[in-house]
Design a protein around this ligand. Structure first.
Ligand SMILES: *[C@@H]1O[C@H](CO)[C@@H](O)[C@H](O)[C@H]1NC(C)=O
Ligand SMILES: *[C@@H]1O[C@H](CO)[C@@H](O)[C@H](O)[C@H]1NC(C)=O
Ligand SMILES: *[C@@H]1O[C@H](CO)[C@@H](O)[C@H](O)[C@H]1NC(C)=O
Length: 349
């Protein structure tokens, strides 16, 4: 299941929040009325477009839970000519953490999401020429190897993408030195790519925007890391400006935030977060759902095609089967339709 995602790739931390539940009244749990229809459309699209989207186990949410709310990142400095100072590397680390936490801010306090903010630490840098990393590199692992495409690569033995069982015993520094995902900074790249493996954006773009409030291409690609789709061929009703609609917004909008919340809501039962959810089991199948739209122009093939739910046969396990504004199936092919709130019922065993 790794290989298909890797192929598409090549071609082309947190504090347990106290009192988080205080906002979980019905108003907080329900999206604004001018968003809910579009949100339902997006979820229905997910379920009908992708094969077993809830079977994939390496979404950004999965990585964050496995990492217990602290994310470690490895940088791939993809240039043979541009050097970077220690101060710039620190600025990169801070910018990445700031952007990541703009997504987390939408999840914090939402529906048992356990973290209010997530520390993001850069633990490694990969470069084809270590002389490009100016100044002290103490505290980070410097990698000087390349992948099959000749691109500087962080040690696969330490990468979550290659060890989705979270077993880093073959990583020279052990689990403490593992990285959850990588950020590629690629010289001359416009646009970007994102997925479970991390994100890839232009090196010049990143370095020129380190102090931007919203590094919007990175925010968009991080959205893919958190399972959100692109919207190349359709837009949900009433939504014309949001970060996942490339080029329409430079910031995460409430609609983007609610799409991430929707994913969390559908995935959280697999994390055994509380006694209330511990009786439901996540699907055991994994699929090669390549989570990314690689570059903006080509979307990955493994994630296209195949419908799993059909109105005639009922909703799939963990799918939505009712709620205000819901027009999809109201019976379950597997499990029983269980009321969760006015806005949402779900097929559960
Ligand atoms: C939804 O309504 C709120 C409150 O009137 C408004 O601020 C917001 O812009 C609306 N959102 C959309 C996507 O129309
Ligand atoms: C972790 O991986 C190593 C091989 O790298 C293997 O020998 C070991 O049994 C694995 N541990 C677990 C708990 O699966
Ligand atoms: C959650 O609980 C189920 C049932 O006890 C167990 O099979 C599963 O491994 C647990 N998952 C996690 C992530 O702890």
């Amino acid at each position: 299941m790794h290989s298909s995602i890797l192929v598409s790739l090549l071609t082309s931390s947190l504090v347990l929040g106290a009192g988080l539940n205080t906002r979980q009244d019905e108003a907080w749990r329900t999206p604004p009325s001018n968003i809910s229809q579009a949100l339902n459309e997006v979820w229905a699209h997910e379920i009908s477009t992708y094969s077993n989207p809830l079977g994939f186990k390496n979404y950004g949410y999965d990585q964050l839970i496995d990492a217990k709310g602290k994310i470690q990142v490895c940088m791939r400095w993809e240039t043979t000519s541009t050097s970077i100072t220690a101060a710039q590397r620190t600025a990169v680390e801070e910018a990445v953490g700031k952007m990541y936490n703009k997504w987390i801010a939408w999840l914090a306090g939402w529906d048992d999401f356990p973290y209010s903010s997530v520390p993001v630490t850069v633990v490694g840098w990969a470069t084809s020429n270590t002389a490009l990393l100016q100044g002290s590199t103490s505290g980070v692992d410097v990698y000087n190897t390349v992948d099959e495409g000749g691109i500087p690569q962080c040690d696969p033995r330490c990468g979550r993408f290659f060890h989705q069982d979270h077993n880093y015993s073959s990583c020279p520094g052990g689990s403490a030195r593992h990285y959850d995902w990588s950020l590629w900074l690629t010289q001359g790249m416009s646009g970007g790519a994102g997925g479970d493996w991390g994100m890839r954006i232009g090196l010049e773009y990143m370095m020129q925007n380190l102090n931007s409030e919203n590094i919007h291409i990175l925010l968009h690609e991080m959205g893919h890391h958190f399972a959100l789709d692109d919207f190349y061929d359709w837009t949900p009703t009433g939504m014309i400006n949001f970060i996942m609609l490339a080029g329409s917004s430079t910031a995460i909008t409430p609609f983007d935030g609610w799409m991430a919340r929707d994913w969390w809501r559908h995935l959280k039962s697999r994390y055994n977060l509380s006694a209330a959810t511990s009786t439901t089991k996540a699907s055991s199948t994994s699929t090669s759902r390549a989570s990314s739209s690689s570059t903006r122009s080509s979307s990955s093939s493994t994630r296209a095609s195949s419908t799993t739910s059909g109105a005639s046969s009922g909703q799939t396990l963990y799918g939505q089967c009712g709620g205000q504004g819901w027009t999809g199936p109201t019976t379950c092919a597997q499990g029983t339709c269980k009321y969760s709130n006015a806005w949402y019922s779900q097929c559960l065993n």
